[in-house]
Design a protein around this ligand. Structure first.
Ligand code: PRP
Length: 208
């Protein structure tokens, strides 16, 4: 039996992801969310699961330390990693948007100061539109930046829309839809094809 190492993102979508895996009969008997353990094995040991920060999942997969990973498309886009995206688990559905306090004239050739957790995504988005973006990296509470006049706008995740609304911001541009994805290391996909495809099918079956 080929064992696959799966990097699973901690955080918001972990619980729902583990529910999907359970439906597909992939369970980790030792796992409980208070545990400080980082490595867990499925009952039949076909999956070795490493439980890591969402922002690091693409790194483990790109490096080949994990064959497959389950993580949000926000982290995949920001990492710009050389990996395969195999399946949309349709969990953690949200979107990247640009928001500001007031209307901005964002025309080709203009400049803008953008606060973001995802600065690579922000740079790329404005680059595509021919706008020069100066990005300010923040690790949270991004909505604060325009309020305190540190940036003209933000590029951030919107789920329910309440954070944007409660802080008086308006969405001025839709950027990209986000959801949880199954990704694979390119070499693992080539050398462990049957095991990876079997895993994909197992998950697909319970999503439908
Ligand atoms: C995320 C995101 C937004 C908020 C969007 O922040 O960066 O601020 O959630 O959700 P909503 O549309 O449902 O209001 P998070 O809660 O992760 O906290 P952070 O500000 O510390 O990053």
């Amino acid at each position: 039996m080929t064992q696959l190492t799966l990097a699973l993102a901690k955080g918001r979508t972990a619980k729902d992801t583990l529910k999907v895996l359970k439906k597909a009969n992939i369970t980790f008997p030792d796992f409980h969310k208070e545990s400080r353990k980082l490595v867990f094995y499925s009952e039949d040991h076909s999956i070795k699961m490493i439980y890591v920060k969402a922002v690091d999942v693409t790194t483990y997969v790109e490096q080949g330390a994990a064959d497959i990973g389950i993580v949000g498309r926000d982290n995949i886009l920001e990492a710009n990693a050389d990996i395969y995206e195999l399946l949309d688990l349709k969990l953690g559905i949200c979107r990247f948007v640009v928001a500001s306090l007031k209307a901005l004239s964002l025309v080709k050739g203009s400049s803008v100061k953008v606060a973001a957790k995802y600065t690579h995504v922000a740079k790329k988005h404005f680059e595509k539109k021919g706008i020069h973006a100066e990005t300010i990296k923040l690790n949270g509470s991004v909505e604060l930046a325009p309020i305190i006049d540190m940036a003209d706008c933000i590029l951030d995740i919107v789920e329910t829309g309440s954070t944007i609304k409660e802080n008086g911001l308006t969405i001025i541009d839709e950027v990209e839809p986000i959801s949880t994805r199954l990704i694979a290391n390119k070499a693992s996909f080539a050398t462990k094809t049957a095991a990876v495809q079997n895993f994909v099918e197992q998950i697909k079956d319970v999503l439908e």
